[in-house]
Design a protein around this ligand. Structure first.
Ligand code: ATP
Ligand code: MG
Length: 183
């Protein structure tokens, strides 16, 4: 799956609308401490459906909304959009008529998150499955967090297996089986 563009608005330190063009071959982001590198990676995970506030280094999901500074007021919502290449037609049924997809997630204080694919409202699950099936989910080993390598070394075999399953693209199948068993 090829990412083309990441748009942020009110997400963490990215209070003003910011657009990052993701060109082929981009493998890293450099910059001074505190400039927002980790926030960018967190934005990627978040728009893919990450729901654990701890993965966003917060206590609650609303902590991703720009919290304000002495000079600028806090925001009421945050939005992240990720444009991906859809020439391989990976999108869920009904969205495969276009060569490019923009997935957006927006969070409003006290109202939770809403997801859209090309402007049409979808469920969180639709977005999570889209990325899980392409082996690039929010827990994908393609995105390496600070401290993640030592976590992996010290992990129990079961959690280590989950990393391999995600890489193999079968995370979505497990989720579907789990849902089928609940029905
Ligand atoms: P390092 O090189 O130290 O890892 P980094 O480039 O990864 O730094 P980040 O951790 O992405 O930096 O950014 C940290 C900055 O983001 C801090 O200045 C922090 O105050 C700011 N920040 C985080 N969450 C919010 C928020 N909700 N509202 C406003 N600013 C925020
Ligand atoms: Mg960092």
């Amino acid at each position: 799956m090829q990412f083309d563009r990441l748009r942020l608005n009110g997400f963490k330190s990215f209070v003003d609308p910011t657009e990052l063009v993701i060109r082929r071959g981009l493998t890293g982001v450099v910059g001074p401490n505190g400039c927002g590198k980790s926030n960018l990676l967190e934005a990627l995970r978040w728009v893919m459906g990450e729901n654990r506030p701890t993965a966003m280094r917060g206590e609650g999901m609303e902590d991703v909304i720009f919290a304000g500074t002495t000079r600028r007021p806090a925001r009421a919502h945050a939005e992240v959009g990720l444009a991906i290449d859809n020439s391989a037609r990976l999108a869920p049924v009904g969205f495969n008529d276009s060569d490019s997809l923009e997935i957006t997630r927006r969070i409003t204080r006290d109202a939770g998150s809403a997801y859209r694919i090309n402007g049409r409202e979808v469920r969180a699950r639709d977005v999570q499955m889209l990325f899980a099936d392409a082996s690039t989910g929010s827990q994908s080993p393609a995105l390496v967090r600070q401290g993640q390598i030592s976590e992996l070394i010290n992990a129990k075999p079961k959690s280590r297996r989950r990393v391999l399953e995600e890489a193999a693209g079968i995370g979505g199948l497990y989720q579907r089986r789990h849902e089928a068993e609940l029905k």
